[in-house]
Design a protein around this ligand. Structure first.
Ligand code: ADP
Length: 438
């Protein structure tokens, strides 16, 4: 039942503009808060009424007890109301009578039960002259009358006594009488939780759909540019005669480069999708991480030189082998180094260091790029997330590079963290378990 409602609500909300959505959420929240405040008001009032009714009934019950005691002792009923409420759940009764504990307990039970006040109570008998308690007991079970005869009660002198009755569980008793209120509050609570969950799902879906829209825009742009270059080069090739072999060659290589770029882009997306679906299990081979890093550095040399940048390495001398998929491991370093070059305004200075700590291999990749603001740092590893660029940089990408890197690192039992200062540079810290033949 709830699911179709959620689906319809989601569909309606997703078609709304951002401003409309915000207004609807604010209005719905205000109405819910209003309903909750009203509910609270009525619950408090109902409790108050319950409290008043309880006090009234206890008063009547205790007056009847006094009457019964007077009849029992053949004395006159006191002229004024003998019941006095000392606190919300404590009453004293001035009987000016002889009180036998057994008799008092019997009358108390009978009168309270008659008014459905069957909540545990404690009673104590006080000596009026010496102002001290002469007897005290507790009643938890109203049904157990037999117990009354078995118990030993003290013999009290024929003196004037008064007694006190205390109801320790009065709030629980009153709450127990408010069944419908408890039920409606519970229903309201479920509605509030359901509403909050719906809003959370809608906002998440909305964010996701916006991110996916961005991804499609980026992807279209990324694919369109090499395709246009290929189309133009093919057009030029058609018109170049055989007498210009150098031009022929250069346009053919443009086509080759661009189609390679296209292939890489498509493969990156497909690889990630298949990895997330776990279609292809990772291969398990022993990979020399230093070797893989050097290979990635070599393939990125043209981009680095184009920006007059430098790579520097400081590799540990001991073990640096990791068990895993060589292709994916090499993609990690390619992506990180590619980003380090891409997100640097001038001359990239990139250093790569590895250290061996026990069973772990730590790798740091530091750049002097544009850095990532603290508010974006937790999200750069999210799928399709790109730092809102504004005028900061115009490097294009799909926002899947770091997500893919994290996915691969974690599937290899490792971890990745980011340390970055906006405008200064970034360091990616990676950790892998070292493979050992033992
Ligand atoms: P993209 O395809 O956009 O490069 P990534 O997942 O690789 O996607 O990176 C996500 C975002 O993180 C990028 O849009 C970029 O803004 C930021 N980023 C990644 N690496 C760096 C870096 N070395 N320096 C500064 N910003 C970076």
């Amino acid at each position: 039942m709830l699911r179709p409602i959620l689906v319809i609500t989601k569909a309606v909300f997703l078609t709304m503009t951002r401003k409309m959505l915000r207004t609807v959420i604010i209005l719905a929240t205000i109405s819910l808060a209003g309903i909750m405040a009203t509910q609270l008001f009525w619950v408090v009032r109902a409790f108050d009424q319950g409290d008043k009714l309880f006090t009234h009934n206890v008063n009547l019950a205790l007056q009847n007890v006094v009457e019964s005691l007077c009849n029992y002792n053949s004395t006159d009923y006191p002229g004024v109301n003998p019941v006095e409420q000392l606190s919300s759940n404590y009453f004293i009764v001035r009987t000016n009578n002889m009180i036998e504990p057994k008799v008092l307990e019997y009358f108390l039970k009978a009168e309270l039960e008659k008014r459905q006040l069957d909540t545990p109570f404690e009673y104590s008998i006080f000596d009026c002259q010496h102002e001290k308690m002469v007897f005290g007991s507790e009643v938890r079970n109203f049904d157990d009358q037999s117990n009354l005869h078995k118990r030993v009660f003290p013999e009290l002198l024929p003196n004037n006594y008064y007694f006190g009755v205390y109801f320790p569980e009065k709030p629980v008793f009153i709450a127990g009488q408010m069944g419908i209120w408890v039920f409606s509050t519970l229903v309201l609570f479920i509605v509030v939780i359901y509403f909050s969950y719906t809003i959370y799902v809608i906002l998440r879906q909305r964010k996701l759909s916006e991110i996916q829209k961005d991804f499609i825009n980026n992807m279209t742009h990324e694919l369109r540019t090499p395709l246009a270059t290929i189309a133009i080069s093919a057009e030029v090739l058609k018109n170049i005669g055989n007498d210009q072999p150098e031009r022929l060659k250069s346009y053919a290589s443009i086509i080759e480069n661009e189609s390679q770029k296209l292939k890489n882009q498509v493969e990156r997306v497909l690889e990630m999708v298949s990895l997330e679906k776990e279609e292809n299990a990772l291969r398990q081979e022993v990979v020399d991480i230093h070797e893989v890093i050097m290979e990635s550095m070599a393939s990125l040399k043209p981009q680095l030189e184009a920006k007059a940048g430098t790579f520097s390495t400081s590799f540990c001398e001991s073990q640096c082998q990791v068990k895993g998929d060589r292709l994916h491991l090499s993609n990690i370093f390619f992506n990180l180094l590619d980003n380090a070059i891409k997100y640097c305004r001038e001359h990239p200075i990139i250093s790569i260091g590895t250290t061996n700590m026990g069973q772990w291999l730590h790798i740091n990749i530091t750049d002097n790029g544009i850095g990532i603001a603290p508010e974006d740092q937790p999200r750069v590893f999210d799928r399709f997330y790109r730092v809102p660029t504004g005028n900061v940089h115009n490097a294009k990408g799909f926002g899947i590079g770091l997500h893919y890197v994290k996915l691969i690192v974690e599937t290899h039992g490792g971890s990745i963290t980011l340390e970055s200062r906006y405008g200064v540079g970034s360091t990616f810290h990676l950790t892998f378990p070292i493979w050992s033949s033992k």
